[in-house]
Design a protein around this ligand. Structure first.
Ligand SMILES: *[C@@H]1O[C@H](CO)[C@@H](O)[C@H](O)[C@H]1NC(C)=O
Ligand SMILES: *[C@@H]1O[C@H](CO)[C@@H](O)[C@H](O)[C@H]1NC(C)=O
Ligand SMILES: *[C@@H]1O[C@H](CO)[C@@H](O)[C@H](O)[C@H]1NC(C)=O
Ligand SMILES: *[C@@H]1O[C@H](CO)[C@@H](O)[C@H](O)[C@H]1NC(C)=O
Length: 252
């Protein structure tokens, strides 16, 4: 009985439920603008270091959404200051506040390209936060860089030539090799995985393998809750357009 009724119920629901609001594909340029994409993601302009720029701007727009696969474009230009101006990113809005011990996998795909004018200082990276409580304030920040354009990770230790010194080298995860840096930004412990082999413009892997590496080797507690999962570009200076043709991230 249930099986014969179900398609009818679903068909009725499809007709009577209000249509989902249309995807906002317009450009947004405000410092803290947030553009929802279904209930799955939000595009965040997040120009948190804007006041450090002498001039510049940063805009972003969603270009498509199909299921949990999204695409967007970020174009920015910043001059002045040595700090990050913006982290315009795609934030996951579902499945968070899970204890690390309870996460099976975090599959992700990120295909992107970038055009630049002149020298830029920026990265393209995932940015995750964990906390001792669900929805709490961040205690640990975990970054997975796919590209480093004249920037550098936070590090507690530097070599005599001024380059950051990794806490571990040549770690094989998700089909690539990484160096791991560790340090504090004043508020969080920051772990940064940087690719040893240049820029990764096509990434397809399990972000949970990075978290598992940190719980196994770097003292990150499995009782921590994953509270934030974002991916975007930390822009310090120069002019660039980052085009993400395909992105998805889910917590399972
Ligand atoms: C970015 O693109 C928007 C249009 O989508 C444009 O208005 C803006 O001037 C561009 N900004 C930069 C820095 O290129
Ligand atoms: C893990 O999730 C299960 C339900 O999926 C829950 O019963 C259990 O308490 C959770 N454990 C932890 C450590 O969060
Ligand atoms: C990492 O791998 C590279 C390339 O194989 C090698 O030159 C380097 O010595 C390795 N670093 C460490 C710390 O093992
Ligand atoms: C690193 O790059 C070299 C040269 O492009 C390539 O031959 C090698 O397969 C790469 N290694 C990894 C682990 O991606």
């Amino acid at each position: 009985m249930l099986f014969t009724l179900l398609p009818i119920i679903l068909a009725t629901a499809a007709v009577t439920l209000p249509l989902a609001s249309p995807l906002d594909t317009s450009a947004h340029c405000g410092q803290w603008d947030s553009v929802g994409a279904g209930s799955t993601y939000s595009l965040l302009l997040d120009q948190w270091g804007l006041s450090g720029a002498t001039s510049g701007s940063d805009c972003a727009r969603i270009t498509s959404l199909q299921g949990s696969t999204i695409a967007w474009v970020t174009n920015w230009t910043w001059t002045g200051g040595s700090g990050v101006k913006s982290f315009t990113n795609m934030q996951l809005d579902v499945g968070l506040d899970r204890q690390l011990a309870n996460i099976t996998s975090i599959p992700t795909v990120w295909d992107w390209s970038q055009s630049t004018q002149g020298k830029i200082v920026a990265d393209v990276a995932y940015d995750l936060f964990t906390s001792a409580t669900p929805g709490g304030s961040g205690a640990n920040e975990i970054m997975i860089w796919l590209a480093n354009f004249n920037a550098g990770p936070i590090s507690a230790v530097y070599n005599s030539d001024g380059t950051p010194q990794p806490v571990a080298s040549n770690i094989s995860l998700a089909g690539h090799t990484w160096d791991l840096y560790s340090g504090s930004n004043g508020a969080n412990n920051v772990f940064s995985f940087l690719p040893t082999n240049g820029t990764i413009t096509t990434f397809n892997g399990d972000v949970n393998t990075f978290l598992k590496y940190l719980t196994a080797h770097e003292g990150l507690s499995t009782s921590q809750y994953l509270i934030t999962a974002q991916a975007g570009t930390e822009a310090t200076s120069g002019t660039a357009t980052l085009t993400t043709t395909k992105y998805s991230l889910t917590i399972e």
